[in-house]
Design a protein around this ligand. Structure first.
Ligand code: HEM
Length: 346
C-alpha cells in the first residue's frame, strides 16, 4: 500500500508556520522540564525515602503534586501548536493507537491521586508511602511510553498500515528501531533533571545532603544519557543520520550545541556548582528540544514540508493571542507577588 494515501489533507494556517513551530518548541520545553522534575524528583525520592533527619521524600512530596498539575497544563500548549502544523500526522498516530492512547487518561488520574495521597497522608502512610509514590511513577512511565509511541508513529506513515494487518486493532510502534532508545533517552534525562530539581530544593532549604544527592543524579544521568543518545542516533534512518552528521547545518548545529551543553553540566556537577548545573541542564533540554524538532522535519521530508502549508493571512487571532497571553502573564505575576507578600507577613 502507498503510505501517502493514508495521510489526511493538510489544513491552511492563519499566519506563518514559523510562529507555530517556535511556540511548539517553547511549549514542549516547559512541558518536558516539568515532567522531568516530577518523574525524576519522584524516582529520587523513592530511592531516598528513608534517612537521617527529614527525609528527601517528605520534602519532595510537598512539591510534586502541584508540579504534576503544571506538567499537564503545559502539555496542552504544545498539543495545540502541534495540531496546527502537524495535526495530519499526529492525529492518525493517536487514532491508530486507539485503546492504548485512551488509557493515558486513567493512567494520569492514577498518577494524580497517588501523588496527592502520598503528600496529604504522608505522616500516617508509613510503608504505604513507597507504594503510592511507586504507583504514581509507574503511571507516568506508561503515559511517557505512549507519547514516545505517538511521536514516533507520526513520523513513519509507512508503519500505519500495520493497523490493517493487525485486523483493525490498536497498534503501537514497537517495530521502530528508534522507539526504545528514544524512550530510554527521555526517561534517563528525566532522572538527570530530577537530580537538578533535588539539588535546587536542597539549596533553597539549606540542605547540603540534598544538594549532594541531586548533583550525583544529575551527573550520572547525563553521562548515561550520552550512551542512550548515541544509540538513538545510530538507530535513525541513514539519510537522517547523515543530516545530523553535517548534511544539514541546522540539525548538526543543534546536536553539537546540545552535546557541548551536556559537557558543561558534567563540569558544573564535578565542581559542585548547583546554580550552573541547573542552568546548563535547562539549556541542554532546550537545545535537545530543537534537535528533536529538526528530527521531526527530516523524518517527514519525504511526505511533507511545513513551509508548503497554505497561509491565509488572518492576523487578528494572532494579535488577540499575544494580547491575552501578555495579560495572563501579568495577572499571574501579580498573584505570585500577593502570595509571596502574604507569606512574608505570616
Ligand atoms: C504526566 C504525564 C506525562 C508524561 C510522563 C509525558 C511525557 C512526555 C514525553 C516523554 C514526551 C516526548 C515524546 C517523544 O518525543 O518521543 C511528551 C511529549 C508531549 N506531551 Fe507529554 N507527558 C505527560 C502528559 C501530557 C499531557 C496530559 C499532555 C496534553 C495535555 C501532553 C502533551 C504532550 C505533547 C503535545 C507532546 C509533544 C510535543 C511536541 O510534539 O513537540 N503530555 N510527553
Amino acid at each position: 500500500m502507498n503510505p501517502t494515501a493514508l495521510i489526511p489533507a493538510a489544513q491552511p494556517i492563519p499566519v506563518t508556520w514559523a510562529l507555530f513551530d517556535g511556540l511548539l518548541i517553547l511549549g514542549f520545553w516547559a512541558h518536558i522540564l516539568l515532567m522531568n522534575a516530577v518523574f525524576g524528583g519522584g524516582a529520587i525520592a523513592l530511592v531516598h525515602s528513608a534517612g537521617p533527619g527529614e527525609p528527601l521524600s517528605k520534602q519532595m512530596s510537598k512539591k510534586l503534586p502541584t508540579m504534576l498539575a503544571l506538567t499537564i497544563n503545559f502539555g496542552v500548549a504544545p498539543l495545540l501548536f502541534l495540531q496546527v502544523n502537524y495535526g495530519h500526522f499526529d492525529y492518525p498516530g493517536t487514532i491508530l493507537m486507539g485503546g492504548w492512547w485512551l488509557l493515558t487518561i486513567p493512567a494520569l488520574l492514577v498518577a494524580y491521586y497517588s501523588f496527592y495521597i502520598w503528600d496529604f497522608k504522608y505522616a500516617t502512610l508509613n510503608g504505604l508511602r513507597r507504594v503510592f509514590l511507586g504507583l504514581g511513577l509507574l503511571s507516568m512511565l506508561y503515559v511517557a511510553f505512549m507519547f514516545v509511541n505517538n511521536m514516533t508513529l507520526m513520523l513513519v506513515p509507512e508503519h500505519w498500515a500495520g493497523y490493517l494487518e493487525n485486523g483493525g486493532r490498536s497498534i503501537l510502534n514497537l517495530s521502530d528501531a528508534t522507539l526504545f532508545p528514544r524512550f530510554l533517552h527521555f526517561m534517563t534525562g528525566a532522572l538527570a533533571i530530577g537530580g537538578a530539581t533535588v539539588a535546587v530544593v536542597g539549596r533553597w532549604k539549606g540542605r547540603e545532603d540534598f544538594e549532594r544527592i541531586g548533583l550525583k543524579w544529575l551527573m550520572n544521568g547525563t553521562l548515561i544519557n550520552m550512551a542512550f543518545g548515541l544509540w538513538f542516533l545510530i538507530a535513525l534512518p541513514r539519510q537522517v543520520l547523515l543530516a545530523f552528521m553535517g548534511g544539514n547545518a541546522m540539525a548538526t548545529g543543534a546536536l553539537v550545541v546540545s552535546v557541548i551543553l551536556a559537557g558543561l553540566i558534567v563540569h558544573a556537577t564535578a565542581v559542585k556548582n548547583v546554580r550552573n548545573g541547573a542552568i546548563w541542564a535547562a539549556l541542554t533540554v532546550l537545545a535537545m528540544a530543537v534537535t528533536r524538532h529538526m528530527l521531526r522535519k527530516l523524518m517527514l521530508e519525504p511526505y511533507f514540508s511545513v513551509q508548503d502549508l497554505e497561509v491565509t493571512g488572518q492576523y487578528s487571532p494572532m494579535v488577540m493571542f499575544f494580547v491575552t497571553l501578555a495579560l495572563g502573564l501579568l495577572v499571574i505575576a501579580w498573584m505570585i507577588r500577593l502570595f509571596l507578600n502574604s507569606r512574608k507577613e505570616a
